[in-house]
Design a protein around this ligand. Structure first.
Ligand code: AMP
Length: 393
């Protein structure tokens, strides 16, 4: 994989045996704690939900994310603090930085919490984003739509995820309703040109305080109803596209002085051009494939990066397809797990199941994922099809 180093003075190392505090106790915190526990770290998580995915395997402070007393308690228990979501309250972040060690800092959060700030930072790194405009009125919107042409995507600058807080504008008649609906969120709005992409890709890069940077192999992502369904690795794109995608993720990590992971979501056009869609300063769903398919998982890499240990080798060991398990997939998956998996034998694949310990299997809720390891991607895809679990989505 691509690699580069910049020389910064080596900073402190958080040695195994230390305690890592994680703001947020969902599946990303859980998998981080599982990987970090193997390296000998202890974990404490702050999350309002008792017995959640991370709380089941780590010490837990049960409190809201913006509870300052609870955050102070987390700081007192932790040698280093990280987070598993980017919408960390700014005051809590500042307080944690004052009272504990937060190597990721608060600047990256400030940037990635807001689409406009994020796009500007990506451009400063010399990387392309879809043409965009800041929208502060319906008139602005009309003018920008006329400039970009239809369709366009109107997005809230903050708070959106999995396609929420978005409106694809396909005709001028939709403008008043699109504006009124998204403006009700009381955040700034951004209009993006619609990119007619042929594939959605992502690259996860890690950078440590000592300045070491490494990228994981590019994933090809397929979404259903705006939720990630499959990550296919190696991505079925040219070597040139892979190199470009990895190089731009490294450039972003270096330019933004990232510590820990940065996930870069990309659109690939027919002409082979890459545009960044968005960033996430944390482990990412499209990096779950690394757990069995790479020499180092994204979770171990994140722990290594924030603790300033040397980064692990990101080499891909095997073709893999990661398939997300949503609430509606749990029952059929459990039924499949209870019997001999003849399809796995027939296609010569190894489906590695990860379930997050969430109690209620609500529809569309992310409950787990399966990394289907195979000699050939087609075999992994054939297994997914044969199980019927993910049909009729
Ligand atoms: P986001 O929340 O920004 O990741 O967007 C969710 C999904 O909407 C993306 O994965 C794309 O499939 C689609 N999308 C978002 N922005 C654009 C765009 N500018 N052009 C085309 N499709 C987009």
């Amino acid at each position: 994989m691509m690699e580069s180093r910049v020389s910064t003075s080596p900073e402190k190392i958080i040695a195994p045996g230390s305690t890592i505090g994680v703001l947020g106790g969902g599946q990303l915190g859980r998998m981080m704690a599982l990987a970090g526990s193997n390296l000998g770290y202890r974990f404490v998580t702050l999350d309002p939900m008792p017995d959640g995915p991370c709380g089941q395997i780590a010490e837990q402070i049960i409190a809201n994310y913006d509870d300052k007393d609870a955050a102070r308690q987390l700081a007192a228990l932790s040698d280093v603090i990280t987070y598993e979501f980017e919408n960390v309250d700014a005051e809590v972040a500042a307080m944690l930085m004052a009272e504990s060690y937060v190597p990721q800092g608060s600047e990256l959060l400030y940037t990635t919490q807001h689409r406009l700030r994020e796009k500007r930072a990506i451009e400063v790194a010399g990387v392309r984003v879809a043409p965009y405009a800041e929208i502060t009125s319906e008139d602005d919107l009309r003018t920008a739509v006329e400039r970009f042409g239809l369709p366009c995507v109107l997005k809230t600058a903050t708070g959106g995820y999995d396609g929420k807080g978005q409106w694809v504008i396909r005709s001028m008649d939709e403008i008043p309703e699109a504006y009124a609906t998204l403006a009700a969120a009381k955040t700034e709005l951004v209009l993006e040109q619609f990119i007619r992409f042929t594939k959605e890709l992502s690259v996860i890069a890690a950078r440590s305080p000592r300045g070491e940077v490494k990228a994981f192999p590019v994933a090809e992502n397929i979404h259903v109803n705006n939720i990630l369904h499959l990550s296919i690795v190696p991505a079925r794109v040219s070597f040139d596209v892979k190199d470009q995608a990895e190089a731009l993720a490294i450039r972003i990590a270096e330019s933004m002085n990232v510590v820990g992971l940065i996930a870069v979501e990309l659109f690939l056009t027919e002409d082979g051009e890459l545009f960044v869609n968005e960033l996430a300063p944390r482990p990412h769903n499209s990096g779950h494939y690394t757990m069995e398919a790479c020499r180092t998982s994204q979770f171990e890499q994140h722990v290594r990066a924030i603790c300033n240990l040397p980064l692990g080798d990101t080499m891909l060991l095997t073709p893999v397809v990661m398939v997300n398990v949503l609430g509606e997939h749990v029952e059929p998956l459990l039924a499949l797990m209870a019997q001999e998996d003849e399809a796995a034998v027939a296609f010569n694949v190894a489906p590695k199941v990860h379930l997050y310990g969430k109690k209620e299997a609500k529809e569309k809720r992310k409950m787990g994922h399966v990394n289907v390891l195979a000699d050939h991607l087609d075999d992994a895809l054939a297994w997914i099809d044969k199980t019927q679990i993910w049909r009729n989505q």
